[in-house]
Design a protein around this ligand. Structure first.
Ligand SMILES: Cc1cc2nc3c(=O)[nH]c(=O)nc-3n(C[C@H](O)[C@H](O)[C@H](O)COP(=O)(O)OP(=O)(O)OC[C@H]3O[C@@H](n4cnc5c(N)ncnc54)[C@H](O)[C@@H]3O)c2cc1C
Length: 376
């Protein structure tokens, strides 16, 4: 790549007030927030991919905020206040996303979220049922619904799963079209005048004398006023000390299936697997627990072990009596850590970071982007 010309420096890269690194859901929401707040300031996003290829264009599109097994497990590691505050963040994030993009653009469908339990998970299911009134009571303050979680075993005969004994419905969850969400956010950012440069990877953020200097992979030096790093699963490369581990998630999708007996989002095997309908298709992902170390990677790709597990689950449990084809497979990279709390902080006067959204970035991303932008 050649050096930057005088003209290029004088135009594209001149007087950047705010630079955002990464154009996923967090980076886009941060840029939109800054432009709404400061319409005359120059807000630029640097995105290394031709598309924002990380997690935001590759996820499952669950508009979810916590299944009961997950929340019960969280309570073994975090205080009640922390767990409920995360639920609230996810809920408020979803509200913000829906308000910003509109349900039509998101293709939002309020089909509910369901957690399913096998015979061998009877005790886990029983524990969820016993704790359900406690959660409904606390979460009512967030969702305004006294019965967010409901026993709904009666749906199982219609869904025709194999080996599933119990079902708990979260009435307030929904689903979105992930690609349409990102297209809409990109459109909103561009309409507001945010400049998005694709194909530029930031290698280093240096603290200049008065303001930061971005060093790109091809060694261009770009001075900027302030920087927000929003690269989630890829953060370690820019910030080696950040407490974050990348986590690859593999996904498959079937052909359209006539008379698909279910719609909605499903959590299976205590959340290790997730599936939903996308129109008449079934999208299924997860299985990272089968090969945890190997999946701690920023390299996209699919493995035989997890692909086989996903196909087995489809054939034996989800669609036991229906022929199907796997039409596509892909993977995405998210960022996890010891805590489920995102990292939103300033690391110097002019540099901040908004990362570690775990598996619920669709829910939290809008809020986390906004909170990152508001640090300046
Ligand atoms: C398969 C899968 C399924 C998921 N399902 C759900 C779900 O159903 N519901 C839910 O709520 N959440 C889900 N998630 C999580 C959610 O998608 C993420 O938490 C969220 O998208 C993270 O957004 P982000 O903007 O922080 O990161 P990303 O979307 O990963 O964006 C980061 C961007 O930074 C860019 N980048 C990286 N390094 C650099 C650099 N050095 N210079 C310039 N650019 C850089 C990347 O190219 C990328 O575009 C899922 C994730 C995956 C992978």
């Amino acid at each position: 790549m050649p050096n930057l010309s005088f003209w290029e420096k004088e135009t594209f890269f001149k007087d950047i007030d705010y630079a955002i690194v990464g154009s996923g859901i967090v980076g886009l929401n941060a840029a939109i927030t800054l432009k709404e707040k400061y319409p005359r300031r120059k807000v630029v996003i640097f995105e290394r991919g031709i598309l924002p290829i990380g997690a935001s264009t590759r996820n499952a599109g669950f508009a979810c905020f916590g299944s009961l097994t997950e929340l019960i497990d969280d309570l073994t590691q975090q205080s009640e206040v922390e767990v409920l505050s995360l639920v609230e963040k996810r809920w408020r994030g979803l509200e913000k996303l829906r308000e910003r993009c509109g349900d039509k653009a998101l293709d939002y469908k309020p089909f509910g979220g369901m957690e399913i339990f096998r015979e061998e998970e009877k005790a886990i299911h029983q524990d969820c049922v016993e704790k359900m009134p406690w959660f409904n009571d606390r979460i009512q303050k967030i969702t305004n619904n006294p019965e967010t979680y409901l026993k709904a075993d009666n749906r199982l005969s219609q869904y025709r799963f194999s080996g599933v004994k119990n079902l708990i419905l979260n009435q307030e969850e929904g689903q979105i079209h992930t690609g349409r969400m990102m297209q809409r956010l990109l459109q909103i950012a561009q309409d507001l005048g945010v400049l998005i440069f694709n194909g530029i990877e930031i290698k280093e953020v240096l603290e200049g004398q008065n303001s930061p200097l971005l060093i790109t992979e091809n060694n261009w030096e770009i001075p900027v006023g302030k920087v927000l790093i929003a690269v989630n699963g890829f953060a370690k490369k820019l910030l080696p000390d950040v407490q974050l581990v990348p986590a690859r998630n593999q996904v498959i999708i079937t052909n359209p299936i006539e008379n698909l007996p279910f719609s909605g989002c499903f959590h299976y095997d205590c959340g290790y697997f997730y599936f939903r309908n996308v129109g008449k298709r079934v999208l299924l992902g997860g299985g990272r627990n089968l090969s945890k170390i190997a999946e701690e990677t920023t390299t996209f790709g699919e493995t035989e072990l997890i692909q086989k597990a996903l196909q087995k689950l489809l054939k034996e449990v989800i669609l036991p009596s229906t022929p199907f084809e796997i039409e596509q497979k892909w993977s995405g990279i998210l960022g996890v850590g010891d805590s489920k709390n995102p990292i939103i902080k300033k690391i110097s006067d002019n540099v901040a970071v908004s990362v570690r959204l775990g598996g619920m970035g669709v829910a939290m991303g809008s809020l986390i982007g906004e909170e990152g932008a508001n640090l300046f």
